[in-house]
Design a protein around this ligand. Structure first.
Ligand code: HEC
Ligand code: HEC
Ligand code: HEC
Length: 181
């Protein structure tokens, strides 16, 4: 492959993402949120100890959050106000503008178990297949999937968690997939 300037930009941003990957939970006295002088800080559990009980990930913040929820290690409160409507949808979307990489599968289910539709629609993504000019450079610059992945969700160096569908085995059409049985 001939290296073009836009590849260099891509590689520079990717290198930045790799550097940002070194992650450890800070002690409460060093997190900039808790008052280290307050004697009550002794009563609180340290994050590293609390997180060590959850299913471990090798990257990012070192916890497989979807598994932690599915296997009921944690049961996050879904709403503050009783009238808030919770909506979980099972809709997978296949994206095929991935060059030579495997196709991207975006699953609504695990996202809507954590997030409200309004977290993504329509500020980050217009609610229509193929209506968003998503590309890897924009993602690495913190747009689209990169608003969360690399920040609070698993890092962008985990290519295959998004690019999870090999071109050779995919015979359907990109876009919304028929719901799984
Ligand atoms: C958080 C999900 C996610 C991760 C992680 C991810 N990608 Fe992507 N990637 C996408 C999406 C979404 C697209 C756009 C697909 C579309 O619009 O059809 C894309 C597009 C691409 C493209 C197409 C060309 C371009 O510039 O957009 C390439 C090549 C690519 N990704 C490579 C990678 C590599 C290499 C990695 C790992 C270093 C990676 N991706 C990690 C989601 C991701
Ligand atoms: C984490 C972000 C995220 C959340 C949260 C989210 N979506 Fe989406 N949604 C997407 C993406 C990405 C697409 C595909 C956009 C594209 O292909 O350009 C999409 C596409 C859609 C589409 C278009 C399907 C079509 O036929 O064109 C609908 C409808 C939709 N979402 C409904 C919802 C609803 C309802 C919720 C809440 C229950 C929700 N979404 C939550 C990211 C999200
Ligand atoms: C608003 C925040 C947000 C956006 C935007 C977002 N994600 Fe996520 N995503 C999450 C969170 C939170 C999780 C669960 C925590 C984790 O796995 O790190 C997650 C998990 C995932 C998973 C793993 C699902 C599983 O079953 O474990 C995939 C795959 C994924 N995202 C792909 C994408 C792709 C592709 C895009 C862009 C088209 C995207 N996400 C955009 C927040 C987001």
């Amino acid at each position: 492959m001939k290296i073009k300037p836009r590849h260099l930009v891509f590689l520079t941003v990717l290198w930045g993402a790799l550097q940002a990957q070194d992650f450890g939970w800070k002690a409460l006295s060093e997190d900039g949120l808790h008052d280290p002088e307050n004697p009550a800080i002794e009563l609180l559990q340290q994050p590293a100890e609390a997180m060590s009980q959850l299913p471990p990930d090798t990257v990012g913040n070192k916890v497989l959050w979807n598994r932690a929820m599915r296997e009921q290690y944690i049961q996050p409160r879904t709403n503050i106000f009783p009238e808030t409507k919770i909506e979980v949808i099972d809709m997978d979307i296949i994206m095929d503008k991935t060059g030579e990489m495997p196709l991207v599968l975006f699953p609504h289910m695990p996202h809507t178990e954590w997030l409200d539709c309004s977290n993504c629609h329509d500020q980050i993504f217009v609610r229509k297949v193929d209506a968003n000019p998503i590309n890897m450079f924009a993602i690495l610059s913190g747009q689209y999937c990169g608003q969360c992945h690399g920040a609070v969700a698993f890092p962008l160096t985990e290519c295959n968690r998004c690019h999870s569908v090999p071109r050779s085995t995919f015979t359907g059409k990109p876009g919304v997939q028929d719901s799984r049985n």
